[in-house]
Ligand binder design. Structure first.
Ligand code: FES
Ligand SMILES: [Fe+2]
Length: 437
């Protein structure tokens, strides 16, 4: 939970951001990022091999496997896995690969069973992965040890009801990965929110192109004049970098905003509210990047992550998820999609998401031209730079060819809990007082 002191500091910093006439003192000049980070097959392979194999990744919600024995297939990050709500109540993930001759153990997207049985020769596993049944057991050698032929586990941990997986056996715990966000997100009731909607759409651009449209507010007045701009004062925006590549943007609504307009697009019925959400979440827009591929505005209404999955160098699957506290008997809220009978599952992306994704394909093509040399980023876009630094660190800086690397210029001194802007703001206030006297 954020303390009152912290709320006051955040409010003051947002106001201070609007008064600055240059980037904060001492904020590093961001070197141009190499263009090929968006177009090089080599960099893409490094991302797949390291970022998506070693990071904690959003996999689903407990509502998708609500009871012991429920399981779901998941293959958004390469190797197909199965996530199982064990008969003992534990949620676990396994490679969906039979230890006999490699057939998939589970062949439906969802199901429920007290045992998992491979359809090829009926090897049978308990929901904790243990191999318990091998037909014609007598034809295997007498010392054939079933106990070491259980399903191969994938790390799986929960934030409340939300399931994350990690292919790296040696990864830090999910809680350590979240770092300060673990406590900061407590007010959003991850242990009580339900899954309301989950849809995916295929985009024709690199996953970072799609994701970065949601990692800065610089574009808001230009791309979203009618939708986001009335909610977000981009001049009062405050970015905060967290350890492990996570980040937050925080901005109040513009002072002159049209309240009716805001209510029309941002205020679902009262009964949906997450009552534990504090003042900042109720009165400002905040959006978090959870490294590597989750971006979510968090408020007292919804937990609605956008999740970006690379499907190739130039294509992305965008998952649009809405989680909310409760919606009684009414239809489940769906923040990001709207009915559209012409689309495969009868939904299309909502106007805000269409605004953000509309240029993806054209941007990707334009990036692949010889004219795309490098990317200069402003202070306001520092979340993107910091995200790229985290990508290289996750890959291992030495593994990234020099011409593809970004320099690690945003250091710990600009990463939570450190924030040199606080000192500058205080100094500015002293100077203003002196000038007034
Ligand atoms: S491959 Fe699964 S039982 Fe043979
Ligand atoms: Fe946007």
């Amino acid at each position: 939970m954020i303390t009152d002191e912290e709320i006051a500091r955040l409010r003051a910093l947002m106001e201070w951001e609007a008064t600055r006439t240059a980037p904060p003192e001492g904020f590093p000049k961001l070197p141009d990022m190499p263009a090929a980070r968006y177009t090089s097959p080599e960099y893409f392979e490094l991302e797949r091999e390291h970022i998506f194999r070693k990071s904690w990744l959003f996999a689903g919600h407990l509502d998708e496997i609500p009871e012991p024995g429920c399981y779901m297939r998941w293959h958004n990050a390469g190797d197909p896995i199965v996530i199982v709500h064990g008969m003992d109540g534990m949620v676990r993930a396994f490679y969906n690969t039979c230890r006999h001759r490699g057939a998939p153990v589970v062949t439906e997207d969802r199901g429920k069973s007290s045992r998992l049985m491979c359809g090829y020769h009926n090897w049978t596993y308990k929901t904790d992965g243990t191999l318990v049944g091998v037909p014609e057991r007598q034809d295997f050698p007498p010392d054939f040890d079933m106990s070491c032929r259980g399903l191969i586990p994938v790390r799986c941990e929960l934030l409340g009801n939300v399931i994350f997986v990690n292919f790296d056996e040696d990864a830090m715990s999910l809680k350590d990965w979240f770092g300060p966000l673990w406590d900061e997100w407590e007010e959003f009731a991850f242990d009580r929110i339900r899954l309301a909607a989950r849809h995916s759409f295929d985009l024709e651009c690199n996953w970072k192109v799609a994701m970065e449209a949601n990692m800065e507010v610089y574009h808001v007045p230009f791309i979203h004049p009618e939708t986001v701009a009335p909610l977000v004062d981009s001049r009062r925006n405050l970015n905060t970098m967290y350890p492990n590549g996570h980040a937050r943007m925080l901005a109040p609504p513009p002072e002159q905003t049209d309240r009716e307009h805001v209510r029309a697009i941002d205020s679902p019925p009262e009964w949906l509210q997450i009552e534990s959400v504090g003042e900042i979440g109720r009165t400002c827009t905040q959006s978090y990047t959870l490294f590597p591929n989750w971006v979510s505005p968090l408020s007292n209404y919804f937990v609605p992550p956008l999740v970006f999955w690379p499907t190739s160098l130039t294509t992305t699957r965008l998952e649009l998820v809405t989680m909310a506290l409760d919606w009684g008997d009414g239809p489940a809220p769906d923040l990001w999609t709207v009915p559209d009978e012409t689309k495969p599952d009868g939904r299309d992306m909502s106007p805000i998401i269409l605004e953000d994704t509309q240029f993806g394909e054209a941007i990707q093509q334009s990036m692949q031209s010889a004219a795309f040399k490098s990317v200069p980023l402003s202070y306001q876009e520092a979340r993107i730079y910091s995200f790229h630094q985290a990508c290289d660190r996750m890959i291992g800086i030495g593994n990234v060819p020099e011409d593809l690397r970004v320099e690690q210029v945003i250091g710990d001194e600009w990463t939570w809990p450190n924030d040199p802007r606080v000192r500058q703001m205080e100094n500015d206030a002293v100077k203003a007082r002196e000038a007034a006297e």
